[in-house]
Design a protein around this ligand. Structure first.
Ligand code: FE2
Length: 192
């Protein structure tokens, strides 16, 4: 891990942020977005093994989880054409685009009982997206580029252990899932 100090400083700042007594979610997301924007402004700190794509599906690698599970940081890696199902998070989340381009399709409950697409936007390197049960928590994400795309996600929970949902947008039918993580080791924050 080159330039481990960048990620270490980010984790330290996020740990301080989520530890502020009574801080509202909106303030966590505003300041968290600023910190994430600074982190992804440099692409020299993420271990290459945690950017490996797979033809089997998009990968999600845990980079750090707060010991009290107040936040976690995950790298998502996508090959061209890969996409998530329509899903929720049940916590606040920030997405920072590091490499390539992704597309976010937002969904909301529709009158017919399904989920309707309410918006769509592209994510280029440096862009930050937000999700949460307060501002809109259901979306689908896909790789919109011809190469591998990588985005850095921050959530207000240990997202890989969170029970959450995928939806069939046509019917609104949901299934509970726990995503887990694809890696078995974590970056060494303390590497000089
Ligand atoms: Fe998501």
């Amino acid at each position: 891990m080159q330039n481990a100090h960048r990620f270490r400083s980010y984790v330290q700042a996020m740990t301080t942020l989520v530890g502020r007594p009574g801080i509202p979610e909106r303030d966590v997301m505003d300041e968290g977005a600023r910190l994430l924007r600074d982190l992804i402004a440099h692409d020299d700190w993420l271990p290459p093994d945690l950017t490996r794509s797979s033809a089997e599906g998009y990968r999600q690698y845990l980079l750090h989880c707060d010991p009290l599970e107040r936040f976690c940081v995950v790298s998502f890696v996508w090959e061209p054409g890969q996409r998530t199902p329509v899903h929720d998070h049940l916590t606040w989340g920030l997405v920072g685009q590091l490499r390539g381009e992704e597309r976010c399709d937002e969904y909301a409950p529709a009158a017919d009982g399904g989920y309707a697409r309410t918006g769509s936007h592209g994510m280029r390197p440096g862009a930050i997206d937000r999700v949460s049960p307060i501002i809109g928590d259901v979306h689908a994400v896909s790789n919109a580029s011809d190469g591998v795309s990588v985005s850095i996600h921050v959530y207000g929970a240990n997202i890989g252990a969170q029970h959450r949902h995928v939806f069939d947008p046509a019917t609104g039918a949901s299934q509970t899932f726990v995503s887990g993580y694809h890696n078995t080791w974590l970056p060494n924050l303390w590497r000089p």
